[in-house]
Design a protein around this ligand. Structure first.
Ligand SMILES: Nc1ncnc2c1ncn2[C@@H]1O[C@H](COP(=O)(O)OP(=O)(O)O)[C@@H](O)[C@H]1O
Ligand SMILES: [Mg+2]
Length: 252
């Protein structure tokens, strides 16, 4: 039993708290009591086999209307956001990088980023300085005038998602498979950019079923999602055990 002072400290540090979350999609219950806490300035990893509900959790936290929250709570900086619309969550500092970033015809990358920053209260001058820096860091200078994600390679799409995170400076960044469809060199660049995002204060959650990216950006905590619940929680050694023996090796 923890003393109340320790409990208070723990909750004060968690910026995103997910409590006993039940989510259904298309009439099927996918999440069955997920508990998860993310801390400021730290990298966390959510792992789990294909179809275990990782993206469902990300969409439910972001407020996608197809993902019905049946029970439980989501708190951001102690504020209940469980039933807020997605744009309100985003304004409070929640960010989701999609596993499959959509292609948006007719909207140029830099223009899209400017509008997103504007919606968050970033001034035009501030954006004018920040955009080239972030684009350079993510090796995306050439893509500014291209239509958002249209014809982008797998790696370019993932970097375009991270570029948004860099510019919006979220409190919580949920990154759904930032490494999938990305070649080895780009994984390193993406991993470095993710680490810097956390160093600037964001609570980062890397969702992946492939431990490779975690070698470049070691997570402080690793969560394993199986059958709609967090089945395991531990340090970086948990990702290494999964790398070595698969999810079955860490099953209790
Ligand atoms: N929009 C949807 N409609 C119906 N079923 C869905 C939908 N989204 C996810 N699912 C189902 O939920 C389960 C978990 O999917 P998902 O969250 O994408 O898993 P993961 O990201 O871990 O691979 C799968 O069985 C999937 O088919
Ligand atoms: Mg997924």
């Amino acid at each position: 039993m923890k003393k109340w002072t320790e409990t208070v400290t723990f909750f004060a540090m968690a910026i995103l708290e997910i409590r006993d979350l039940y989510v259904s999609v298309g009439g099927t219950q996918i999440l069955k009591g997920v508990d998860l806490a993310l801390e400021e300035g730290k990298v966390h990893a959510l792992m789990g086999p294909n179809g275990s509900g990782k993206s469902t959790l990300a969409f439910a936290v972001a407020g996608h209307p197809a993902y019905r929250i049946e029970r439980g709570k989501i708190l951001l900086s102690g504020v209940d956001i469980t039933h807020l619309p997605p744009n309100e969550r985003a304004k409070k500092g929640l960010f989701l990088a999609f596993q499959y970033p959509p292609e948006v015809e007719g909207v140029r990358l830099r223009e899209f980023m400017r509008i997103a920053c504007d919606g968050q209260g970033t001034g035009f001058c501030e954006f004018k300085d920040a955009y080239p820096q972030a684009a350079k860091r993510l090796a995306m200078e050439e893509l500014a005038d291209r239509e958002l994600n249209v014809g982008f390679s797998g790696g370019e799409k993932k970097r375009s998602e991270l570029l948004q995170a860099w510019l919006l400076k979220p409190k919580v960044a949920l990154l759904d498979e930032p490494d999938s469809g990305v070649d080895v060199d780009a994984v390193r660049l993406i991993a470095d950019a993710i680490r810097e995002l956390a160093e600037s204060g964001a609570a980062v959650l890397i969702i992946t079923h492939y431990p490779r990216i975690l070698e470049h950006v070691p997570p402080a905590r690793v969560f394993v999602l199986e059958e709609g619940r967090i089945s395991q929680e531990g340090g970086p050694e948990l990702a290494q055990a999964i790398e070595a023996g698969g999810f079955k090796a860490v099953r209790r």
